[in-house]
Design a protein around this ligand. Sequence first.
Ligand code: LLP
Length: 438
Amino acid sequence: YNSIKVNSKGHLVIGGCDAVELAERFGTPLYVIDEDVLRANSRIFYNALKSHNPENEVVYAGKAFLTTAMCKIIQQEGLGLDVVSGGELYTALKAGFPTEKIYFHGNNKSEEELIMALQSEVGRIIIDNWDELELLEILAKKLNKEPAIYIRVTPGIEAHTHRYIMTGQIDSKFGFTISNGEAFKAVKRALTSGSLKFKGLHCHIGSQILESTPYKIAVKIMLELLKEIKDTLGRGVEELDLGGGFGIPYVEDDSYQPVEEMLRDILEELEAQVSLLKIKLPKIIVEPGRAIIGNTGITLYKVGGVKEIPGVRKYVFVDGGMSDNIRTALYGARYSAVIANRVYNGRLEKVTIAGKLCESGDVIIWDILLPEVKKGDIIAVLNTGAYGYSMASNYNRLPKPAVILVSKGKAEIIVKRETYEDVIKNDVIPERLEEKFQ
Ligand code: LLP
């Protein structure tokens, strides 16, 4: 809990705001994003990449958390934006995000989405497979556009949280496989296309990666492919997008390498390999999502009650759950939490923080030590900025919580809390069901 701030009332403070007051003012559950931490994270990436080569780009992966206000901050910090759907692209366009800095990803972009991307002239479209390559070519010709593209390749590395394994034949739905020559063929095909502008290669090796080693392996594999392309096709590849995946610590025993260090290692490996292979240094792109937004956010919940099963477990019930944070149920993710209204006060006990949804697996944190929790307490779950709101659902018809942005003691709404009216707004009762059933 090193970075936790507490005021004279013993309340948790975020962005200069008393978290208990935020819960009272905006209601719970509540997502809170600390703007200053968000900007600081952005600058770590920006400075590391730009000081290495001003041509390099940091592209924020919107899937981690995207709203129109978020687009504004990302734009102000000089980052690009990675979108993976028409919905994310629409969000960026509505926020006035510079389209040349938008990178469009995904393994099954629809015709409608590709047309949207072509018409808005996004900066890069990342081609994932043969069908997409053909479709984009046809659409580009039809609309008289010449999109700049990357070919996404599968480097054959599977990076997991701590372990990574090299696999010759990778089983992934994403990208063209390198080891069977598909990636090379795709590049060759893209280079001869009359309507696509081949700009570079992309790879993404996983998420919540806590050390630089798998990235260094990816750099080596990708540069070898670059060299093969140069040697056999006579074409230098200008841009190399290494994807995202930079991990953050969620609990105290998560051992991790600070991101500055990871980036330094990766860029050093890049320099070393480039001189070894005698190829030109490509422009480097990274696409962090979690490492930009993850530690900026907390979720505030109100405790509605506790249930103790003697000798078994003590449950603490909060007013949200897997509908606002599915990561524990889905991935067995781990989180830290504090009682926002008395962070350090009380005898520690082991509790399980469960949600209010109708499923036994609806748990946010299994077995956490907290000062004795009572009905009415405000629980703050930490580091929920990434893949919390963006993966939220209306399961059990719960309205999605509000998102507020805090900075220097000020709090502003960036996403309004859903109402029950919002929950039913797309429901339709066919007229025939209004009649008497017979
Ligand atoms: N670029 C590409 C092509 C990606 O597929 C992803 C994430 C990223 C960038 C950003 O990765 P990040 O830096 O955030 O790790 N829902 C999961 C994470 C899924 C990530 C999918 N792709 C979770 O909650 O842990």
